[in-house]
Design a protein around this ligand. Structure first.
Ligand code: CTP
Length: 399
């Protein structure tokens, strides 16, 4: 959620400025690019050098720098995806609320059209005083986002409301708030990925070349758009970066079937990109099969068709998307699968296209819908293909 985000951390003059150091650490560890702006009085509490060493960016305090150049508050505000004011002292809070602008941090705040999170920090009587309460209410009315102060021991020795929210809680608050603005927030998604392995004996299996890259990329993209994602995958050697994805590792088609049937009823979106083995040995040998000098015949029986089983119980509000891997009569075969399995759409990969299909990093797809309308995309990285598929899903959900 915070990876790659450009954040301005505004630190004002409060003893809680020391907690802003930990907050900065959490933000940079999560992959954010953070620029710290301090009010002149904040320097009394924490040295700017601490923030600049941890943010790997210069700390900005004044409108101009010693070499005579200008710290442009408008550029700074435009650069940021969002601003966090933590700690917001009583003095800065009042100026934010009332439009007073006598330092760089305030000027940047007033130039910002991005979301601004404000974490007040002050002593109990100050925090509960009528004018501070009015200023906080005013800021909330101005659509600034207040991160409530917490109750506990205060720097003065008093106990009560006013201490700045703990850095971990600030991060949780912000990520939760950002998630709500994502287009798939509140949606549950199921994705299948990778191959299945069908046991022949304890050391051998029937498998396929699927790497899971396509399904993992789709899961990642859905999660990045705010969906709560469950990823059921066969044996793969890749992983996801979005830690919110719930991963369920299975080996065989039967295990994938059980897991999908269990989770499907609660899903809004299901994308079945796994390369499920259609057949399995009728009986897996308990012991390793020894060479006999003769040919070996394996008796194969059909695996359950997972997506077809889901298609049978699918409710009208559930979106079910399958994949079709074809070598010939691609559109005709894929469209027949869509109807037979009761899918809302099918993503066709042709094995005849160089660079498409299982194993590689690229894919070329055609999405076919129930009205037989098809959209063909260029050959591109599987991460970009995942983005096209999720864009298509967003369009379907809007209909
Ligand atoms: N699929 C499935 N269960 C199976 C086989 C396939 O859920 N036992 C799903 C795949 O995940 C994919 C879709 O069905 O979403 C189509 O898979 P594909 O291998 O292209 O087609 P099959 O239905 O297996 O048909 P065939 O192999 O005969 O082309």
């Amino acid at each position: 959620m915070l990876a790659g985000k450009k954040i301005i951390l505004g630190v004002s003059g409060s003893i809680a400025a020391y907690k802003a150091v930990f907050l900065l650490r959490l933000l940079t560890k999560a992959g954010a690019d953070v620029k710290v702006l301090m009010t002149p009085s904040a320097k009394e509490f924490v040295a700017p050098l601490t923030f600049s060493a941890l943010s790997h960016n210069p700390v900005l305090i004044d409108f101009s720098t010693p070499d005579g150049s200008w710290n442009n508050h408008v550029d700074l505000a435009n650069w940021a995806d969002f601003i966090i004011l933590a700690p917001a002292s009583a003095n800065s809070l009042g100026k934010f609320a009332l439009g007073l602008c006598d330092n760089l941090l305030l000027a940047t705040f007033f130039s910002a059209s991005c979301p601004v999170y404000i974490a007040p920090a002050m002593d109990r009587e100050m925090y509960t005083s009528a004018s501070i309460k009015d200023n906080i209410a005013l800021l909330a009315k101005q659509k600034r986002i207040i991160i409530p102060s917490e109750e506990g021991e205060l720097a003065s020795g008093l106990h009560g409301e006013g201490r700045m929210a703990e850095p971990e809680n600030i991060v949780t608050f912000i990520t939760g708030h950002l998630a709500k603005s994502l287009p798939l927030y509140g949606k549950k998604a199921l994705v299948t990925a990778g191959p299945t392995y069908e046991a022949i004996d304890p050391v051998r299996f029937i498998g396929n070349y699927s790497s899971g890259k396509m399904g993992f990329a789709i899961a990642e993209e859905l999660a990045n758009k705010g969906a709560e994602v469950t990823l059921i995958h066969g044996p793969v050697s890749i992983t996801n970066t979005n830690s919110s994805i719930k991963k369920i590792s299975i080996t065989s088609a039967d295990e994938m079937y059980q897991s999908c049937v269990k989770h499907f009823p609660e899903m809004d979106i299901t994308v079945m990109s796994a390369a499920v083995a259609d057949y399995k040995p009728a009986k897996a040998a308990k012991e390793k099969i020894k060479k006999s000098g003769e040919n070996l015949q394996l008796d194969l029986i059909q695996n359950p068709d997972i997506v077809a089983a889901l298609g049978k119980v699918k409710k009208a509000k559930q979106l079910l998307i399958g994949f079709a891997l074809e070598t010939h009569d691609e559109l005709k075969n894929a469209s027949a699968k869509l109807k037979k399995k009761n899918l809302d759409a099918i993503v066709l990969n042709s094995m005849r296209t160089k660079g498409a299909g299982p194993g590689g990093d690229t894919n070329k797809i055609t999405i076919i819908d129930r009205q037989n309308k098809n959209t063909t995309f260029e050959l591109k990285a599987k991460t970009e293909v995942a983005s096209d598929i999720v864009t298509y899903i967003l369009k379907c959900l809007k209909k």
